[in-house]
Ligand binder design. Structure first.
Ligand code: 5GP
Ligand code: ZN
Length: 137
């Protein structure tokens, strides 16, 4: 995707408005327009990189530092009990905007709009060994 057509690049350039909560030379953080919960925040590098494989390590480090800072700030200021840091890569994983970003998603014990469903079916050891062989091979 070209940066000119990218919705987050447009937000960075201020071509479209957003509710910015933090900004520095490399990073911008703004409220998600379709929030899963109050305070749902998106943190992006100002430069356009499509996903975690494309973003240079130094910039990734700057962005994750801001994610930590803002997660702590939001947790302090808003009344929620926990939060998920989410980062989707490629369409199959639910990435809709092809500009690298983190979500900070506030959570409460009684919420139901967002859930990580961890399967309870334990793996067969031989299957794990086979995958391990492929990964390390
Ligand atoms: P993804 O599914 O790509 O990880 O998440 C993209 C996120 O960006 C979604 O949660 C969506 O609500 C948010 N989003 C998409 N367009 C806009 C926009 O124009 N403004 C803001 N503030 N958020 C947006
Ligand atoms: Zn972009």
């Amino acid at each position: 995707m070209l940066a000119e057509n990218c919705i987050f690049c447009k937000i960075v350039r201020n071509d479209i408005p957003s509710k910015i909560i933090y900004e520095n030379d490399e990073t911008l953080a703004f409220l998600d327009i379709f929030p899963i919960a109050e305070g749902h925040t998106i943190v992006v590098p100002k430069k356009h990189y499509e996903n975690i494989e494309a973003i240079p390590d130094e910039i990734l480090i700057s962005v994750i530092k801001i994610v930590k800072k803002l997660a702590t700030l939001l947790h302090d200021k808003l009344n929620f009990e926990g939060y998920n840091i989410l980062q989707n890569n490629f369409k199959a994983a639910g990435q809709v905007v092809q500009h690298f970003h983190f979500h900070i998603i506030p959570r409460n014990f009684n919420d139901s709009r967002f859930r990580l469903a961890i399967p309870r079916e334990q793996a067969i050891e031989e299957d794990l060994d086979q995958i391990l062989k492929i990964i390390k091979g």
